[in-house]
Structure formats: structure tokens, C-alpha cells
Design a protein. Structure first.
Length: 267
């Protein structure tokens, strides 16, 4: 696998590739940065953030390292389809970054650790991230201890949230990891008050019904970012181009907030 084939297979924008290819880089520098990544992710990111056009550097380096990850997939007997489905994520995040900041490149540089390190796989509609809980997760009669190995379910953008497809993904995950794993989801889609806002028959609420909510939090404004494309300080600035945007904007203007829910998959 080489980087040009990687870009071609994912049908990445030619203007993004053109800008990336203009970076002044050497083989030695790329190898040194990749070694730094292997030793310390955080130091790697700090080093890249010092560079002009750091977003293009992140895009290039993660693409470069993805080619090595491809070889590891083949060695482990993991299908090419899973590889391409998993790494299609990079296209969405580059599109999001350009839409929000009017710049080309990859802004979610910390997220792609999981792809490169083979800790995250997309199996059909859903992504599954291998992780250990960093703190106890307690609530609603459930206790999951810190350090427990879990599969964190993510819902990538680009498709409708159809539960039948989600169920197919979960079945694939159970074949991949086994049924005994704890399957969790931490998302704005699991925020309980969405049922009041959207109606219980919405695809979002149908999805949420398959999880037992452990607790909620307000640490991020992910819901606003996902619905409107960016987070505004002034709620009135949000667009009203879709029914969902209109409902959520009115909800926020009434003084309410969107939070996130932690849920455990019902089996």
C-alpha cells in the first residue's frame, strides 16, 4: 500500500491532496515523526502543531501511517473492506474541518490514534472502539469499574440512523470480539430529553431505546456541533435549514441545553 493508492481508494478531494503535496518534507523527517508517534502520541501532536499548515501535516502523516496499518490488517487476516470502511472516517473529518474553518486538512488529530493503533473498527453502520474505562461508571443501578475493557460504540456520519443496520453491525462486532464484552455508547443521541423534543418514533430515539442509560453529562456540546456543523456562542445565530435544526434551536432558545448520555447496550 502506498499513500497515493490510499487517497485514490477513499476518493479524497484532489485539491486537498494538491495542497498536501506542496508541503516541504523529507523521508528522514517523516520517519522521525512516525517514530515519535510510536513512542508518545502527545509529543507527536505537539511537534506537528508547531508547524505551519499543521492540519495538512496531520492529514499527510496519518495517511502515511495508515498504509502501514493496512499491512497489519492483512497480517492479522482482517478484511480489506473493514480497513476501507474504518479509514473512510478521514474523508468526513477533513470535510468537517473545511466546512467549519475554511481550511484544508485534518483537525481531529487526536481521534485518529485509534484507527492507526487498530483500536477502532467500523463494522457496517457503527464503529467500535476498544478502550478501558478511566473512571467508575455508576448510575441507574449499574456499576462498571474503572479499568474495565469495553467496546465504545460510535455512530459515524454519512448515513441515516437505521436500527436494522445498527443491529447488523452489533452482530458483526459480537462475532469479532464475542458477546461477553460490555458494549457502551456515550453520545448526545442518548440524551433522555431528546424523546420529548423529537418524538419517540424518531430514528434517534429508536436507537436510544436499545441502551439502558447509566448517567448523563454536560461536558461537551456535541449535539449542537453535530446538528448545526459548529458551536455558536449566540444560539440565535444557528441556521434553521432542517426540521431538526428548527426544533433544537427553539429548544435551546427556551433556556434548555443538550447533554450526552452514557448507555449500556441492552441484550
Amino acid at each position: 500500500m502506498n499513500i497515493n493508492l490510499f487517497w485514490d481508494k477513499l476518493n479524497l478531494p484532489r485539491d486537498l491532496i494538491f495542497e498536501t503535496e506542496k508541503l516541504k518534507k523529507s523521508f528522514t523527517e517523516i520517519n522521525n515523526l512516525c517514530r515519535l508517534y510510536e513512542k508518545d502520541h502527545k509529543k507527536f501532536c505537539k511537534e506537528i502543531l508547531k508547524k505551519e499548515n499543521s492540519e495538512l501535516w496531520f492529514f499527510y502523516l496519518y495517511s502515511f501511517m495508515a498504509c502501514k496499518t493496512y499491512d497489519q490488517y492483512i497480517e492479522k487476516g482482517i478484511s480489506e473492506k473493514i480497513f476501507w470502511d474504518t479509514f473512510s472516517d478521514i474523508k468526513f473529518w477533513c470535510e468537517n474541518f473545511e466546512k467549519e474553518y475554511r481550511k484544508k486538512g485534518l483537525g481531529e488529530y487526536e481521534w485518529f490514534y485509534h484507527h492507526i493503533d487498530m483500536k477502532l473498527f467500523r463494522l457496517g453502520r457503527l464503529q467500535f472502539q476498544e478502550m478501558e474505562l478511566e473512571e467508575d461508571l455508576v448510575g441507574n443501578g449499574i456499576m462498571i469499574k474503572r479499568g474495565t475493557e469495553v467496546l465504545n460504540i460510535h455512530i459515524p456520519q454519512g448515513e441515516r440512523l437505521n436500527w436494522n443496520k445498527c443491529e447488523e453491525s452489533i452482530q458483526k462486532a459480537e462475532k469479532f470480539w464475542g458477546k461477553d464484552k460490555v458494549y457502551l455508547c456515550h453520545s448526545w443521541l442518548l440524551y433522555p430529553e431528546l424523546a420529548e423534543l423529537l418524538g419517540e418514533n424518531s430514528n434517534i430515539c429508536r436507537f436510544a431505546k436499545h441502551f439502558k442509560i447509566i448517567k448523563t453529562d454536560f461536558n461537551e456540546r456535541e449535539g449542537e456541533w453535530r446538528i448545526f456543523g459548529k458551536v455558536e456562542r449566540v444560539i440565535a445565530r444557528y441556521p434553521e435549514n432542517t426540521i431538526l435544526q428548527k426544533k433544537v434551536k427553539a429548544y435551546l432558545l427556551s433556556g434548555k441545553v443538550l447533554g450526552n448520555g452514557w448507555g449500556i447496550l441492552r441484550k
